[in-house]
Ligand binder design. Structure first.
Ligand SMILES: Cc1cc2nc3c(=O)[nH]c(=O)nc-3n(C[C@H](O)[C@H](O)[C@H](O)COP(=O)(O)O)c2cc1C
Length: 209
C-alpha cells in the first residue's frame, strides 16, 4: 500500500494541514513498512500547464491512448519533452499510490489554484485511476453541510467529487471537513465559535479513525 499525501493551504497553521497530518500519521503507524510520499503544493507549487502540455493532451485524445503507460508516445518536440518532464513525476506518484490524501482549504467557494494546477498537470482524457481511493481533509470559513443556506455554493467538495468520478472513475472518496473557521476571526460570527470547535473536534476524530 502506498499513500500519497498532498497539502494545498497557503497557511502553515492550517486546519486542513492538521487534519491531513492526523490521517497520515495514523495511516503510517498502521502501515509502517508501506510507501509514503509527501508533496506540499503551496510551498512548492507545480507550474501551470502550457501550450506544449495541451499538445500532449490532444495527441492522447486523437490517438485514443487511454493507457497511462503509453502517454509518453505523445512527446514529439523539445517543448513537449519539457512539459512531459514536469508532469511525469507528478503522474507517477499518483499511479503508484493506493490512497491519495489531499489537505485543502476552501478558497472562494472552490479549491486553491495550487491544487487546481496539480490536477491540470496530472489529468488526461479518459484516464482511469480505478482501484484507488481519495481522502480529502478540508477547512472552510463557513458551513456548507446539508440544509445550510450555503450548501448550493460548495464548489469545493462537489467539484472534487465530480472531478474524481468524471475524470478518474473513482467514487471511493471520503471528505473530512472542518467548518466555520471564520468564527475565530470575524466578530459577526463570534456566536458560532462553539459550533466551529465542535466541527474541528469531530473532524480530528474522523481523520484519526
Ligand atoms: C483566499 C481565501 C479565500 C477564502 N474563501 C472562502 C470561501 O469562499 N468560503 C469560505 O467558507 N471560507 C473561505 N475562506 C476561509 C478558509 O476556507 C478558512 O480560513 C480555512 O480554514 C482555510 O483552510 P486552512 O485552515 O487549511 O488554511 C477563504 C480564505 C482565504 C485565505
Amino acid at each position: 500500500m502506498n499513500l500519497l499525501h498532498l497539502d494545498a493551504s497557503a497557511r502553515r497553521a492550517s486546519f486542513s494541514r492538521e487534519l491531513s497530518k492526523i490521517y497520515a500519521d495514523t495511516w503510517r503507524a498502521a502501515h509502517p513498512d508501506d510507501g509514503y510520499v509527501y508533496r506540499d503544493l503551496a510551498a512548492s507549487p507545480v507550474p501551470h500547464i502550457g501550450e506544449a502540455w495541451t499538445e500532449l493532451c490532444d495527441y492522447v485524445l486523437a490517438h485514443e491512448i487511454t493507457d497511462i503507460g503509453r502517454y509518453e508516445e505523445a512527446v514529439r518536440t523539445p517543448a513537449q519533452r519539457q512539459a512531459w518532464d514536469i508532469l511525469e513525476p507528478l503522474l507517477a506518484e499518483v499511479v503508484a499510490a493506493d490512497v491519495i490524501l489531499i489537505g485543502t482549504p476552501m478558497y472562494n467557494f472552490s479549491i486553491p489554484s495550487s491544487l487546481k494546477a496539480w490536477l491540470d498537470q496530472i489529468t488526461f482524457p479518459k484516464m482511469s485511476l480505478k482501484g484507488r481511493s481519495f481522502v480529502v481533509t478540508s477547512a472552510r470559513g463557513g458551513a456548507y453541510g446539508p440544509g445550510t443556506p450555503r450548501e448550493p455554493v460548495d464548489h469545493q467538495e462537489r467539484y472534487l467529487r465530480d472531478f474524481f468520478a468524471g475524470h478518474f472513475a473513482v467514487t471511493d472518496v471520503t471528505f473530512i471537513n472542518a467548518e466555520l473557521v471564520n468564527a475565530l476571526i470575524d466578530p459577526r460570527l463570534a456566536h458560532l465559535r462553539e459550533a466551529h470547535v465542535e466541527s474541528v473536534e469531530q473532524a480530528r476524530k474522523e481523520a484519526a479513525r
